[in-house]
Design a protein around this ligand. Structure first.
Ligand code: ADP
Length: 303
């Protein structure tokens, strides 16, 4: 089982011929709402990839909150850890122009209210194989969840997104760090673009590092000396939005399915599986709506 402690936002997306400048109003075209937030996306990714997945998070007592809750339920995510708090849900205001250039403003809303873990949340983390974390809810909550997981033998997977330097108290609790190249540089505090340099710097901080490399796939390294480069499946990429969430959710599922006991062969298989999930997501337009089902991942994994 995978438990995610993280964020859920409603993306309010409008397309327009061009983006407005400050003070300007432009007439938009289509408007749609899409459930998002890295935490919820990765929980949905894990559930679609075939795992039992619980989500600990917070929505507001508005209509958006009901919509966010319903979308997690529809994906088969266990929402007993999802509280409704007074005030607005998290939202992301997104405008996209015809060149797919965008601007995004996120108001965390209820995500900022996820300040403590209840008895049931603690039991769920203790019982899980993998705890999957990101950085869109208050850092003390992330640290508390990771500390509990460490004490209970649950593997801690941290996707350090959005990119931020991390305190040692959190890094010391991470079993597997998942980052893209930008996040890797920020977490490591180095200005290097060579993946091996980034990975070496991160291994000083955490025992296992997974570096996603977009269409180039992913790299893995750990303190036992194992180093892998996994090429991405060759696909026609349509929209890579949420590919990182698909990858991370599937990685957590692969780890959980092996009960946390992972040797070199298992790591290779898990990384290939996660790359297949990221690629399957990139084949479809949209964000959370493009997160792939297990069958779609398996089709690319086998290819
Ligand atoms: P992020 O969006 O977080 O920066 P990446 O762009 O590195 O993440 O994508 C995450 C994973 O999704 C990659 O490691 C890869 O496995 C897969 N992926 C992303 N873009 C492509 C692509 N164009 N072709 C194949 N796989 C891709």
């Amino acid at each position: 089982e995978v438990v995610v402690v993280g964020s859920t936002n409603l993306d309010l997306v409008v397309t327009a011929p061009q983006l407005p400048r400050p003070g300007e109003t432009v007439l938009g075209e289509n408007f749609r709402t899409v459930p998002g937030g890295k935490g919820a996306n990765q929980a949905v990714a894990a559930a679609r990839a075939g795992a039992a997945c619980g989500f600990v998070g917070a929505v507001g007592d508005d209509e958006f909150g009901a919509q966010l809750r319903a979308s997690l339920v529809a994906a088969g995510v266990d929402v007993r850890g999802l509280r409704t708090v007074p005030g607005p849900s998290g939202v992301a205001l997104i405008a996209v122009d015809r060149d797919a250039e965008n601007f995004i403003v996120v108001a965390p809303g209820a995500n900022g209210e996820l300040t403590d873990l209840g008895v049931d949340d603690r039991a769920a983390i203790a019982a899980a194989d993998v705890l999957l974390l990101q950085l869109e809810v208050p850092l003390p909550t992330v640290v508390a969840a990771a500390g509990l997981a460490r004490a209970e033998g649950t593997t801690v997977v941290l996707n350090a997104a959005p990119a931020a330097p991390l305190p040692a108290e959190l890094l010391d609790l991470v079993d597997v760090l998942v980052v893209n190249e930008h996040e890797a540089a920020v977490v490591a505090g180095v200005f290097a673009d060579e993946p091996p340099v980034l990975v070496d710097a991160l291994l000083e901080l955490v025992p296992r590092v997974v570096l996603t490399l977009g269409a180039r796939g992913a790299a893995y390294a750990d303190r036992s000396g194992l180093r892998l480069e996994i090429p991405a499946p060759r696909i026609d990429a349509v929209d890579t939005t949420a590919a990182g969430d698909a990858f991370t959710g599937a990685l957590a599922v692969g780890w959980a399915e092996r009960g946390g006991a992972v040797d070199a062969d298992a790591v290779t298989a898990i990384l290939r599986w996660a790359c297949a999930a990221g690629a399957a997501c990139a084949q479809r337009p949209g964000a959370s709506t493009a997160l792939p089902e297990r069958a779609a991942i398996e089709a690319l994994y086998a290819a």
